[in-house]
Design a protein around this ligand. Structure first.
Ligand code: ANZ
Ligand code: ZN
Length: 873
């Protein structure tokens, strides 16, 4: 019988759909399991093989969990707002909602054709007004709680896209979307105060089961450092001695070593703006430095100013430099530079030949000292002090660890940790915790996004401005919220009027003044103020496309709810907290959230951080029960084109999953993408690879249709095959949990090879194999099982995941006799199926044999499997 995968796959896909086989049940007695993948952006290009990799992986996990007795939610939807569709509209005039409909129809068809066990009843779309109504509602909660504010900020402005980008979208001075140049521009933007959650976002990581590198990236992005703010007096020519500048430092213990001060070009510009007299040279330096800000590979440079600063610890006068390595949005934009102990200051001082002063010695600080001593090849403890002093003072190296203080007056001899608080106190500084994390730029001057549901009213502006200074409570007697007081004139659209729908427009191009195309839609924009009924105007900016994906996992719990974003009971069921033991006996959990979330490594700083922030906030205002939305987060590696280059339309190396599924079948494609390489690593596409998995399925088909017995007669019971089956069950089960899908498939291949050798295979053994295969290749497994159990029987996907028999799989060993010229010389324990080559290796590894052979080459080897090896010399 031919393996007609087309017929088989279509048949079962229809069956599953008809029976709603993968629908998640909202009131099940089973424990729940929520498996999540990043929902796709429905681009015009259709599904990418990268999507297939991630979705197959979670599909395998979801299917295994169902077999383990869980009520599984494995949902899918569309993250459909965003630039490509909008740019397409600009080019073609086709409305984004029309293009989106076409694209999602195509994606849906593609995903269905691959047999993913998504619960299609829960499909969501972020551009559906019934969805974005709640995105807007949530934005209003941020606003009302004072976490949304309008600010004039230097934003990254993409010259091509004509769009403001968040920092994370403009890494390296390049637009994340088009790769074009980005420059800084000041613009009024809505901001979300994610920085208020910096510490929560950090401490929350502790209990989460995220890959270590994911945690690391989140930590780095948040970038917490503890330090101090310290004031330095300034001497400015022609000015009275009243000016001061505040610096931020994480190392106040090094203050006696500050040999100069450095300020950012931005701060210098501010000084110039308020009348600081400087040379043309300095002014033009500042101008140039500001212009170069968005460039990446600019060398450290600077210029000396006519200002002096007074070191508050030593009272020494030090010069003030303007330096481009000092950033304006970190700390205060001014630093005390300590070349002896800071790499950046060291490099700068070296370039401009500035003095350096050692104030921390690498002693009495444990490993720091040892590392330094090894690096600098110091092994004599006695003269270490001299060596260190010489080395640092000759500017051979920087000692940036903590240590003991010298050259620091009354603080000499203290450790850095002892000295830091004392020095901060001594110079009248204050402790300060600082984060690299910036607030989230939340508006875009574009069309295809959620309208920001706010209205600007000039009348209310006057009212709130007067109140602002007096009130800090959430609500005052006039009924204004924190958000309205914080942003005078901005009035929220009443919740009953949500959603604020995107109006139809003729022209999708952002206006030349940088405003959204919505700013040209007069009849949409002009409204009455909901508060005072005077004429007012809608906000015309829309939300960034990170908005809809910040809470989509909540909507899947109850996707069609018209009254709330999700019913509280359903939320509790799917998102927890969960207090019961799981079928696997894991009773630890009072935890909650999505049980397993897989996504791209490229989303672990932005989307992951934003959505955690969003959910933590919803938790704080009491609308969700669990703060951290994801219990476990893993990541897949990219699929690259042949030869390891990026897949892209321009290179013409994009692989279309449709073509492959048509030619080889969904099961073969799924298997190939899981077999292609370690799941967490980038892999290059191999055009011949799928032939291998397709042949593997052919082999399975042949065995399943030709060799399987329909009874379990003892006559053909094959103990070795049974042992291998149990080994495979163990291996595949464990490999799925660690996402080692490629080795899981190898184990199945080994099993299938043995099956090919067997004359007949009992139904019981074969059925168990099919259950193991089912999560990977659900169609063929279902079809072959129906040949044993009948088409009318229940689905293979409702079977229980088999247990393995520990005793059976304990490897059987025997004593391998090792002879030299027929004489018994040694015995070693070896596993039963050992080959001649393996036996040889074992024999040569024996010390006894080695010494007896004494480097003589063997003439011949005689191997009796399961018994002995004879080395003839
Ligand atoms: C003196 C010093 C001595 C510093 C020393 C470090 C080592 P992290 O740790 O990354 O948070 N800094 C402060 N504001 C800055 C700015 N606007 N642009 C560039 N650098 C700035 O960085 C904190 C350290 O970075 C601060 O501590 C400061 O240098 C520098 F042995 O002060 B330190
Ligand atoms: Zn008003």
């Amino acid at each position: 019988m031919r393996y007609d995968f087309r017929k088989i796959e279509q048949y079962w896909q229809k069956e599953w759909e008809k029976k709603k086989s993968y629908a998640a049940n909202n009131n099940s007695k089973k424990p729940k399991y929520y498996a999540l993948v990043e929902f796709p952006y429905p681009s015009g290009e259709g599904l990418h093989v990268g999507h297939v990799r991630s979705y197959t992986a979670m599909d395998i996990i979801a299917r295994k969990r169902r077999m383990e007795g869980y009520n599984v939610l494995y949902p899918i939807g569309w993250d459909a707002f965003g630039l490509p569709t909008e740019n397409y509209a600009i080019k073609t005039g086709i409305a984004p909602d029309i293009a989106t409909k076409k694209n999602t129809d195509n994606f849906r068809r593609q995903l269905k054709s691959l047999g993913f066990s998504f619960d299609w009843n829960r499909e969501i779309n972020t551009t559906d007004p019934n969805y974005y109504k709640w995105t807007q509602w949530m934005f209003l909660q941020f606003f009302k709680h004072g976490l949304a504010y309008k600010a004039n900020v230097p934003i990254n402005w993409c010259l091509n896209c004509k769009i403001g980008l968040a920092n994370e979208e403009a890494v390296g001075g390049k637009c994340d979307r088009c790769g074009g140049p980005v420059e800084k521009r000041n613009k009024e933007q809505w901001m979300l105060k994610i920085t208020a959650y910096a510490d929560k976002l950090l401490s929350g990581l502790k209990d989460l089961d995220f890959l270590p590198e994911i945690k690391k990236q989140q930590e780095n992005w948040i970038g917490r450092s503890e330090g101090a703010l310290i004031k330095f007096k300034l001497k400015v020519p022609g000015q009275p001695d009243k000016h001061i500048v505040e610096i931020f430092t994480t190392r106040p213990d090094t203050i006696f070593g500050a040999t100069f001060m450095a300020i950012s070009p931005e701060l210098a510009q501010k000084w110039l703006d308020v009348g600081w007299k400087e040379s043309e040279e300095v002014k033009s330096f500042v101008k140039k430095a500001l212009k170069n800000r968005s460039k990446t590979d600019i060398e450290k440079n600077g210029i000396l100013t006519n200002v002096k600063a007074i070191n508050p610890a030593s009272n020494e006068e030090i010069p003030v430099w303007i330096a481009n390595y000092v950033l304006s949005d970190v700390g205060t934009g001014a630093i005390m530079a300590v070349p002896a102990h800071d790499e950046r200051d060291f490099a700068f001082a070296k370039k401009y030949n500035l003095p350096s002063k050692t104030v921390v010695l690498p002693i009495y600080v444990g490993s720091g000292t040892e590392i330094w001593m090894t690096q600098n090849k110091v092994n004599d403890e006695k003269n270490i002090l001299d060596v260190i002093k010489e080395s640092i003072e000759n500017r051979k190296s920087v000692y940036s660890n903590r240590g003991s203080l010298c050259n620091s007056d009354q603080f000499n001899g203290m450790t850095s940790d002892e000295a830091m608080p004392r020095i901060v106190k001594f110079v009248g500084g204050v402790k300060k915790v600082q984060h690299k994390l910036r607030d989230w730029v939340f508006s875009r001057q574009r069309y295809w996004g959620e309208p920001i549901p706010l209205i600007f009213c000039a009348t209310c502006k006057k009212l709130t401005e007067n109140l602002k200074s007096q009130i800090s409570n959430l609500k005052n007697k006039e009924g204004f919220s924190k958000g309205e007081l914080l942003n005078p004139g901005w009035i929220p659209v009443p919740e009953k009027d949500l959603p604020v729908k995107l109006p139809k427009v003729k022209n999708y191009k952002p206006r030349d003044d940088g405003q959204s195309p919505l700013a040209s839609v007069e009849n949409w924009m002009n409204v009455k103020c909901p508060n005072c009924k005077e004429s007012a105007k809608r906000e015309t900016d829309v939300m960034p496309n990170w908005a809809g994906s910040s809470w989509y996992f909540l909507r899947y719990c109850d996707p069609n709810n018209k009254k709330v974003f999700a019913d509280a009971k359903k939320l509790k069921y799917w998102m927890g907290p969960v207090r019961r033991a799981t079928p696997q006996g894991d009773a630890s959990g009072v935890s909650g959230g999505v049980d397993w979330y897989n996504g791209g490594m490229e989303h672990v700083t932005l989307h992951l951080l934003y959505s955690r922030f969003w959910n933590l906030f919803l938790h704080d205002i009491g609308v969700v029960l669990v703060g951290e939305p994801y219990k476990k987060r893993t990541a897949h590696g990219f699929i690259l084109g042949e030869g390891g280059v990026k897949m892209s339309k321009s290179k013409g190396n994009v692989i279309n999953p449709d073509t492959l599924a048509k030619e080889f079948g969904a099961d073969a494609l799924r298997l190939y993408e899981m077999f292609i390489g370690p799941f967490d690593q980038a892999v290059a596409w191999d055009p011949h690879g799928i032939l291998g998995t397709s042949r593997f399925l052919e082999r399975i088909w042949k065995i399943g249709t030709e060799k399987v017995l329909f009874s379990n007669s003892q006559e053909h019971w094959n103990k070795d095959l049974e042992r291998l089956l149990h080994k495979m069950i163990k291996k595949v089960g464990e490999d799925i949990e660690s996402m080692s899908f490629n080795t899981a498939i190898s184990a199945m291949m080994i099993f299938v090879n043995e099956c090919q050798k067997a004359e007949k295979i009992s139904a019981e053994i074969w059925r168990k194999f099919l259950v193991i295969l089912a999560p990977f290749a659900p169609h063929i497994a279902e079809e072959l099982r129906s040949k044993i159990s009948g088409k009318k029987s229940s689905s293979i996907h409702e079977e229980f995941w088999p247990n393995y028999d520990k005793k059976l799989i304990e490897e059987e060993t025997f004593e391998l006799l090792i002879q030299i010229n027929g004489k018994l010389r040694d015995k070693v324990s070896a596993s039963k199926g050992i080959t001649q080559a393996e036996a040889e290796k074992l024999a040569l590894a024996s010390a006894k044999i080695k010494s007896l052979l004494n480097n003589q080459k063997s003439k011949r080897i005689i191997f009796v499997p399961g018994k002995l090896i004879n080395i003839v010399i």
